[in-house]
Write a new protein. Structure first.
Length: 185
């Protein structure tokens, strides 16, 4: 039996070409009977469609701190109570640096600043971004705060360069998610 059954997972998708791989992460989580809520950054919307993510997650996709037709309450605040785990995949250098430094200036960074749940960052970016000293320092700060970082893989990147920066393979991602729940049992 999966330890993901009926777990509420918030999947935050940020603006990387690897955003399309979030579809498979959603599919795998749902296959293990997890409930998946998707939050999409404005940059990620340039790479993947809201309709696809809504269909796969079977939930409304949240794209703005201030929706056109607001309902009662604030969704990003509600998540601080209703979510069991946060997964940021792909995690860009931008969101890693924002989260490490407490910047809360958009939907995802604001949500991360208010939520205390276990959080997994799954980076994907150009190898030079991954090797940038600001990114390296941000990752170290996040680790010190007990955030989980699933290291990117080495290989061909979307830019056709080779280096460390590819989104981790799906087995590594799912194992990190399962392990996060084992630690909370």
């Amino acid at each position: 039996m999966s330890n993901l059954k009926d777990k509420n997972i918030l999947l935050c998708i940020t603006g990387s070409i690897a955003a399309y791989k979030a579809c498979e992460i959603i599919r795998l989580l749902r296959k293990e009977n997890a409930q998946v809520q998707v939050m999409l950054s404005h940059a990620a919307e340039q790479f993947i469609g809201v309709a696809t993510l809504a269909a796969l997650s079977n939930n409304k996709v949240i794209t703005s701190l201030f929706p056109a037709n607001p309902t009662g309450g604030l969704e990003h605040v509600d998540f601080s109570f209703n979510i069991d785990l946060i997964v940021v995949a792909p995690a860009t250098a931008n969101i890693l640096c924002k989260a490490a430094n407490g910047v809360a200036d958009d939907l995802i960074s604001t949500t991360l600043s208010i939520c205390e749940q276990p959080t997994i960052f799954i980076p994907a970016m150009n190898f030079r971004m991954w090797q940038n000293s600001a990114t390296i320092e941000a990752v170290e700060q996040l680790k010190k705060r007990d955030k989980i970082i699933v290291k990117p893989e080495e290989g061909k990147l979307a830019s056709l360069h080779s280096g460390e920066g590819r989104l981790a393979n799906f087995n590594s991602i799912m194992n990190a998610i399962r392990k996060a729940f084992q630690a909370t049992l």
